[in-house]
Design a protein around this ligand. Structure first.
Ligand code: NDP
Ligand code: HSE
Length: 445
């Protein structure tokens, strides 16, 4: 082992030597990682080139809950001390949160220990700092489980598509919100009932606000955009709207019009009129046509589309949340990192050489579906159409349902700049004959 000013460089172990693992967290994910690594110990030893042994399990409170199958002497509530132990080569962080795991992960990397984490919030907020620490110590930082759990999105972007030029990544990357929206649409469950069930099934974050407000999907979008466009995209660069404003009426109206409402993460390479490239990443509820494959992604499943210059369109589908699927991704990373600890070498890291500017959400082109209640009298439609035409935005469809003195008007626009559409909605809201703008939902994937 050699200490440098920035980190600690460890020498490779030899074939057959044991890799000592610290498991930080024994919740939904950690418990499954522990179980699967124990049950398949021989297979893991063959795949790695030596046994992988969990030498300590950190939890918040050792006596708080039963930890089936975990010898008492492995348990500790002092994660820092566990990470610092000399017999630990690899740290698996499945605690969650940002500040505390950041300290633990940095301490591990600086001490020359590779890290596997499922923590998208941490990676999206501190990727630069973590990558620098891993580089300085020449160790691995793996985070496959951070995006869409069992679907190998990170490996695909980091390795498989490293030779291609990615144009767009879009999809459903949060299992909890997909579960909620699907249950509201297919069973008529209330938002609250569906959220409680998603939490019970272990899909939701410790604080489900991160799911329903879109923050979890935004972290994943930041990670995907960074890897896909070789540009650092941070959590705060991602425009984020969650599903808390989506009502049963919105779901029903979408259904009647032939759409499903999905929370999509969209990462795009945008080229302006002068040919200058930029990157945009965003998360918002989106109307997806029932005929589109994303509309049939049900329960907590995730699906991701990648459009690349040479590969064309690719779609990835699978389990995006839950203990077992997430443990699968974590353990794939454990095998990769442990192999490198035994044989030497490192996994391909991130490369942000392109360093493209981040385009603001206002610059993005979208289509709007606007649902309004208006006075049912002559001239109202012309007044409303005028707000669009004076701003040079064309309408795709206009549908009216008559009430007594009021009418419901549903307008679908053609593609236009987001900021322009947002301004038009403000103008509509100020018209005396527009009694309410009931909902504004973007269209398309
Ligand atoms: P849980 O809340 O189920 O488990 C968290 C674990 O961390 C618990 O064992 C808890 O201890 C422990 N812990 C909390 N604070 C500390 C602390 N200060 N020191 C030591 N241990 C602590 O979380 P999940 O397993 O669901 O998620 C873990 C990570 O995986 C998160 O980053 C999450 O975003 C990510 N992830 C989760 C997925 C999922 O479907 N659940 C999918 C993909 C990623 P105790 O048991 O004592 O409470
Ligand atoms: N809470 C997350 C979700 C877990 O619902 O998708 C998987 O990252």
């Amino acid at each position: 082992m050699a200490a440098t000013t920035q980190g600690t460089i460890r020498t490779a172990k030899g074939e057959g030597e044991t890799v000592g693992i610290a498991l930080l967290g024994f919740g939904t994910v950690g418990a499954e990682v522990f179980r699967l690594l124990g049950e398949n110990a021989d297979a893991f030893a063959h795949r790695i080139g030596g046994p992988a042994e969990i030498r300590g399990v950190a939890v918040s409170n050792v006596g708080k809950k039963p930890r089936p199958g975990v010898p008492q002497e492995l348990l500790t509530d002092d994660a820092r001390a566990l990470v610092a132990r000399d017999d630990i080569d690899l740290v698996v962080e499945v605690i969650g949160g940002i500040d505390y795991p950041r300290k633990l992960v940095l301490a591990a990397l600086r001490a020359g220990k590779s890290v596997v984490t499922a923590n998208k919030a941490l990676v999206a907020a501190h990727a630069d700092e973590l990558a620098e620490a891993a580089d300085a110590s020449n160790v691995d930082l793996y985070f496959e489980a951070a995006v869409a759990a069992a679907i190998p999105v990170v490996g695909m972007l980091r390795r498989s598509l490293a030779g291609d030029q990615i144009q767009r990544i879009s999809g459903i990357v949060n299992g909890t919100t997909n579960f909620i929206l699907d249950a509201m649409e297919s069973t008529g469950a209330s938002y609250e009932e569906a959220l409680a069930e998603a939490t019970r099934l272990g899909y939701a974050e410790a604080d489900p606000t991160a799911d329903v407000e879109g923050h979890d999907a935004a972290s994943k979008a930041a990670i995907m955009a960074s890897l896909g466009f070789h540009t650092r995209v941070k959590f705060e660069d991602v425009h984020c709207e969650g599903i808390t404003n989506i009502t049963a009426e919105d779901i029903e109206a979408a259904e009647q019009a032939g759409y499903s409402i999905k929370l999509l993460a969209i990462c795009e390479r945008i080229t302006d009129k002068e040919g200058k490239e930029a990157v945009n990443a965003r998360v918002h509820p989106t109307l997806v046509a029932k005929s589109h494959p994303l509309a049939s992604v049900s329960e907590s499943y995730n699906a991701i589309f990648v459009e690349a210059e040479a590969a064309g369109s690719l779609m990835f589908y699978g389990n995006g949340a839950g203990g077992n699927p997430t443990a699968s991704a974590v353990l794939g990373d454990v095998v990769g990192a442990a192999r490198n600890i035994i044989h030497g070498g490192r996994a391909p890291g991130e490369n942000t050489y392109a360093n493209l500017p981040i385009a603001s959400f206002g610059e993005v082109r979208t289509r709007y579906h606007i649902d309004m209640t208006v006075n049912d009298r002559i001239g109202v439609l012309a007044e409303i159409a005028n707000a669009f035409s004076t701003n040079n935005v064309s309408l795709r469809t206009v549908r009216q349902e008559d009430g007594d003195d009021e009418a419901r008007l549903v307008i679908v626009t053609h593609s236009a700049q987001e900021q322009l559409l947002a301004d038009i909605v403000d103008q509509l809201g100020a018209l005396p004959d527009v009694l309410a703008v009931n909902s504004v939902i973007r269209l398309g994937s």
